[in-house]
Design a protein around this ligand. Structure first.
Ligand SMILES: [Zn+2]
Length: 399
């Protein structure tokens, strides 16, 4: 008691010292960071925190549209307590003890999570979703392009397209497919987890089937050991391929550019420059130049040889010395470039007047087309002569 009074007395007795104390306190508070000072000092902020009510339990979704077979998870918020889950219609949607919902049939169902005094609900609408291909099977010819389509039911989102075998069938992002080679592939369309398929079979185009059939037809036939394919490619152009039989198989020994008639290939007749389609025998070798080693009998062209276009000897090789007449046919020796080397083929072997005459396989001229013959380069003509034996055939068709 005595001491306190003494102290008070001392303070009262020294007003300067009191001022110093107030000043030092002021300095001390000023040095405290402003933020701490404000939050600790402001009583209203503490009151606000205490005023927020504790959040009620809720569900993270209150409605959902589902497709049959789909699963979603409904989560409880703001509680750690376990809810009791139930469905208003188990034929539409079922719910697990943990809130996992499985859509089982079309319709509406209410999923309820019961917890303490709360009953929380989520409205589930189950729809039928589907993705179907408008065709499930398709046969295309090689080279053909086709637009596949899908039907979407209750589905949104873009369709993504894939091919199981792009070397056979390719597909672009719009579902347009292209048959690249013979075989089969499955084209798949997907939207999310939904998918649809179309099995595509690619067959050879009719033209390539024809060439394959020709090879197959003459393979067991011992009378034919070479085939010359003339595949017309439009205009006066063709691809010429030479096959020869070797160890019971066809072996392609030459592929080159060829020329056909100015009028293309088709039905030939006298007076038009059309190369006849069909399969013909290569019946002999000939040329103005000496025999280059032809496998077939080689006729060296001399000044007396004509390919007759007259009625009496129509479409025949004649020696004017044996059949003297003022021949209107082809005087072979005059065609120095084209008939340097050549082979005859037996188009119009019946020698029907007007059906066409003088169809040969020969060396190319300078025009880029022929008068109805088939022409290849000099080197390729020599190769054909050196390869083709008696019984060899020439097959002329569009591709
Ligand atoms: Zn004649």
């Amino acid at each position: 008691m005595k001491n306190k009074t003494d102290q008070l007395n001392k303070t009262q007795k020294n007003p300067f010292r009191l001022l110093c104390l107030v000043m030092s306190l002021l300095i001390a508070f000023t040095c405290v960071p402003a933020g701490i000072l404000a939050s600790e000092a402001d009583p209203s902020s503490i009151q606000m925190t205490e005023a927020v009510p504790k959040p009620k339990p809720s569900l993270d979704k209150t409605k959902a549209v589902m497709g049959i077979g789909e699963i979603i998870q409904i989560n409880m918020l703001n509680t750690k307590k376990e809810a009791v889950w139930s469905s208003s219609d188990r034929k539409v949607a079922r719910v697990s003890k943990k809130g996992k919902v499985l859509a089982v049939g079309e319709g509406k169902a209410t999923i309820t999570a019961a917890i303490l005094r709360f009953e929380l609900t989520c409205e589930i609408t189950v729809v039928k979703r589907s993705l179907t291909m408008t065709q499930e099977q398709l046969t295309l010819k090689k080279g053909q392009i086709y637009a596949l389509r899908v039907k979407k039911e209750n589905l949104t989102g873009t369709v993504s397209w894939t091919s199981s075998n792009p070397s056979v069938v390719t597909v672009n992002k719009y579902g347009t497919i292209k048959a690249k080679s013979v075989g089969s592939a499955v084209i798949c369309a997907e939207v999310g987890t939904y998918s649809a398929e179309c099995k595509v079979t690619v067959k050879a185009s009719s033209a390539s089937t024809r060439w394959k059939r020709l090879l197959e037809r003459y393979l067991p036939y011992s009378g034919t050991k070479q085939l010359v394919f003339v595949k017309y490619t439009g205009g006066s152009s063709a691809i010429v391929k030479l096959y020869t039989k070797s160890a019971g198989k066809w072996k392609r020994v030459l592929t080159c550019q060829g020329e056909v008639g100015q009028g293309g290939v088709g039905t030939a007749r006298e007076g038009i420059a059309v190369t006849p389609t069909g399969v013909y025998n290569l019946t002999g070798a000939f040329g103005i130049a000496p025999n280059p080693g032809a496998k077939m009998k080689y006729i060296r062209v001399n000044q007396y040889l004509y390919w007759c276009g007259d009625r009496n000897f129509y479409n025949q090789l004649i020696d004017i010395r044996e059949h003297p007449h003022n021949c209107q046919g082809e005087h072979l020796i005059e065609y120095t470039q084209c008939y340097e080397y050549g082979m005859f083929f037996d188009y119009n072997k019946e020698n029907i007047y007007g059906k066409g005459s003088a169809f040969f396989l020969h060396v190319k001229g300078n025009y880029g087309y022929t008068g109805g013959c088939v022409a290849v380069s000099r080197a390729n003509m020599i190769k054909i002569l050196q390869t083709c034996e008696k019984g060899a055939k020439i097959c002329i068709y569009p591709r």
